[in-house]
Design a protein around this ligand. Structure first.
Ligand code: DGJ
Length: 734
């Protein structure tokens, strides 16, 4: 029987007035309140007399910390079974709700009852602090440390758990979540995403009802092809851009994830986020720490825009590689040549790279394989020696030719994968993920290498390391990943159910090794389009590929949705020949991120080339605002004929506004001024149109306005059929 029951039994015998007093005294004497504060918010955890750790509040912080002690009794936190608001729900005890952790002990017993032991607060620096709370089971030698790392100025928290036991034999973790949150509101509105190849980040928003809504992935290598691991939950009503309470979350994990959102019998929201336990019971040896991935979240009381800026500035400062550094503009050859190229053709493209004015040439798929030349996607993957017919002088020739042209050189790899038709497969069939007794099944004619195997990890590390060692001038890597895991089975793993989880740990080990040796070299995280975008992988990358769909109208929508969660400098946006829109529209759309091109430059008409050259210059002029400034979404393409987004540099001196016509019905356009955001009200700004197509005159008269005017009245970009995309520069007047 639990202590609380005994205590309740005792209390029942006392008169009501005394009971209240005892209640207060008990709370005072025995409950421990742990507030975790950021600049705007407080999460309040509380240990009751029964030693259970509960989450009692997450919202605006209170000026008087003592008042956190009174929060628990203000809410209806528990129903019949109690433990609704457990900060880390364990299973097999009196708690009957969806668990965050569920285990099978060494003796086969399945009960776990975690209670508070101690906690510590570590101030890592002026911005970051870490609260660690130790929970233990009283019967089994099994414990969990819950970690809450808070980024004060960004209002962001990363939460994860460290699980360890000292039982006589292995324990099986049947579920092992990173975080378990509890929110109180009148209603909950979940915005989440679905998709497929070329249809990434399609949003859906719905009110959560009682029961559990699960977001998850079982694809193995890449979480977000069908269901990205990002979401937002609005409280009381769907949040708008600048008002409403909203929580954003992302599991920092590139493999199978599971996020459960449960409106409980008390109408509160239980949220449990972690690795998907689907086919993934994890066998844990005694004395070994299991560290879950981090779940990152931010809460804003002022709408989606602020929540995005929180997460974006956190990501630039702390997560994405070189998030506060510059990015390279580039010319890629994927869509202009596919697999069909040779040294001569590439030498021409290197010249075009210089002509265009971008920083780097990126050589895509098809440069390798000899016994099985990589001339299409059916063979050669895994054989990372340059193809002697296409590149008789190797990659070294290209790095040299690039530098002779005054540009940098980057290269495509897909190191986690193998075509069955390859020397690698012939040599190491046991390195491949497949069911030994079943037929192989392929996605894009390829299989996944078994990254749980340290030898495979060395091999994958070696692919990239060799490229850098042999070509020290190599300046950029595009890391692709085009297959999911079918027929999950590892010839290396002793416990097959550890495979899915160890695969991602293996991948991160390789990436961490690479980053230790090459800390800042730009690497694009690509995955047959946006199949792998999450903060787990992005800690090793400078940028990601949002979608193979580069049709600009589609991209406006796809990039818009990614922009809620990821900063613009990480979004690789390439101008291609997809779609019928003119080059200006395509380029203007690609400029709201990290600009690149994937077109045949030599086929551009003189005006088109002149436009692109000047667009690269305009982009560089405003890149400080786009890369490191604040982003403001002004008009959503889902609800308006004209989509509008702007970026303001941190000194509020320079800003750029992008406007696109997203409805081609007769006589649509920008009818009213669009209100700007993020400027200094009392400052004067010059407003002018930039990035005009050669020969076109702007209909916007250059003029000076106060920030107050621009944010109250706004500016009409005059978007219409003959001006489908309009860029407005806003610069502090001298
Ligand atoms: C898929 C990527 O998304 C493309 O950009 C390209 O790199 C191809 N793979 C190459 O095979």
């Amino acid at each position: 029987m639990h202590k609380t029951k005994t205590l309740t039994g005792l209390l029942r015998m006392l008169p009501v007035t005394m009971l209240l007093m005892v209640g207060v005294m008990a709370a005072k004497a025995q409950s421990i309140v742990i507030p975790i504060e950021s600049k705007q918010n407080a999460m309040v955890l509380q240990v009751g007399p029964d030693k259970y750790l509960d989450m009692v509040y997450f919202g605006n912080k209170l000026p008087d910390k003592n008042e956190y002690n009174s929060i628990a009794k203000a809410y209806r936190l528990n129903g019949k079974t109690e433990g609704y608001n457990s900060a880390y729900t364990s299973s097999g005890n009196r708690n009957l709700l969806e668990p965050a952790i569920s285990v099978t002990h060494a003796d086969g017993n399945k009960s776990l009852d975690l209670k508070y032991v101690s906690h510590s607060v570590t101030k890592i620096n002026d911005d970051i602090s870490l609260v660690s709370i130790t929970l233990k089971d009283s019967v089994y030698d099994f414990g969990v440390i819950l970690n809450y790392q808070t980024y004060y100025n960004e209002n962001v928290t990363e939460q994860w758990s460290v699980i360890e036991h000292h039982e006589k034999h292995d324990v099986v973790l049947n579920k092992y979540a990173s975080a378990n949150l509890y929110l109180q509101a009148g209603s909950y509105w979940l915005k989440h995403y679905h998709g497929d190849w070329a249809k990434e980040m399609r949003p859906e928003e719905e009110q959560l009802n009682h029961g559990i809504k699960t977001l998850d992935s079982k694809l193995g290598t890449r979480a977000d092809l069908f269901q990205p691991p990002v979401f937002m939950v609005s409280l009381n009503k769907p949040a708008a851009e600048d008002n409403g309470e909203v929580l954003y979350g992302n599991l920092e994990w590139s493999g199978n994830y599971r996020i459960d959102l449960e409106v409980d019998p008390s109408n509160n929201l239980r949220l449990i986020a972690g690795i998907n336990n689907y086919a993934a019971d994890y066998v844990l040896k005694p004395g070994v720490e299991f560290t879950t991935p981090k779940f990152v979240y931010t809460l804003s009381a002022n709408g989606k825009g602020e929540a995005s800026r929180n997460l974006q500035s956190w990501a630039r400062k702390y997560k994405i590689v070189d998030g506060e550094g510059p990015r390279l503009t580039l010319l890629n050859n994927w869509e202009s040549t596919y697999f069909n190229f040779n040294e001569n053709r590439l030498a021409g493209i290197l010249k075009d790279t210089k002509t265009l004015g971008v920083d780097l040439f990126l050589l895509d798929d098809g440069w390798f394989g000899n016994k099985y030349p990589r001339n299409d996607d059916r063979q050669g993957l895994g054989d990372w020696q340059s193809n002697k017919d296409k590149l008789p002088d190797g990659v070294a020739f290209l790095t040299k030719a690039a530098s002779d042209n005054g540009v940098k050189f980057g290269i495509w790899v897909e190191p986690e994968m193998v075509n069955p038709k390859s020397e690698l497969y012939e040599k190491h069939p046991d390195w491949v993920v497949k069911q030994p007794q079943r037929p192989e099944y392929y996605m894009r004619n390829q299989l996944v290498l078994d990254l749980t195997n340290p030898k495979v990890q060395d091999f994958v590390f070696g692919i990239v390391d060799n490229l850098f060692t042999k070509n020290p001038a190599l300046a950029y890597i595009k890391w692709d990943c085009n297959s999911v895991i079918y027929n999950a089975h590892s010839a290396y793993e002793k416990n097959q159910s550890n495979f899915y989880t160890d695969y991602v740990f293996g991948l991160y080990k390789v990436l961490a090794r690479l980053r230790a040796k090459y800390p800042k070299v730009p690497m694009m995280l690509c995955s047959g389009g946006g199949g792998r975008v999450d903060y787990g992988a992005l800690q090793y990358f400078t940028e990601y590929w949002p979608s193979d769909n580069t049709e600009p109208m589609e991209r406006i929508f796809i990039q818009w949705e990614y922009s809620y969660f990821y900063p613009a400098l990480a979004s690789s946006n390439h101008v291609t020949d997809w779609g019928k829109e003119p080059i200006k529209f395509r380029t203007d759309v690609a400029m709201t991120g990290k600009l690149g091109f994937d077109i045949v430059v030599s086929k551009l008409k003189p005006d088109e080339l002149a436009f692109c050259q000047q667009a690269v210059k305009t982009y560089k002029e405003y890149s400080e605002a786009i890369w490191h400034g604040n982003q403001y979404r002004l008009q959503d393409p889902q609800d308006n004929d004209v989509a509008s987004i702007m970026y303001v540099d941190s000194s509020k001196n320079s800003a750029i506004m992008f406007n696109y016509l997203v409805n081609n019905r007769y006589a649509t356009g920008s009818k009213l001024p669009i209100r700007l955001k993020g400027l200094q009200p009392d400052r004067m700004y010059t407003v002018s149109e930039v990035n005009l197509y050669p020969g076109n005159r702007s209909t916007i008269v250059n003029a000076v306005y106060s920030g107050q005017f621009l944010m109250t009245v706004g500016i009409n970009p005059d978007v219409r059929e003959s001006r489908t995309s309009v860029l407005i520069a806003v610069n502090g007047a001298k």
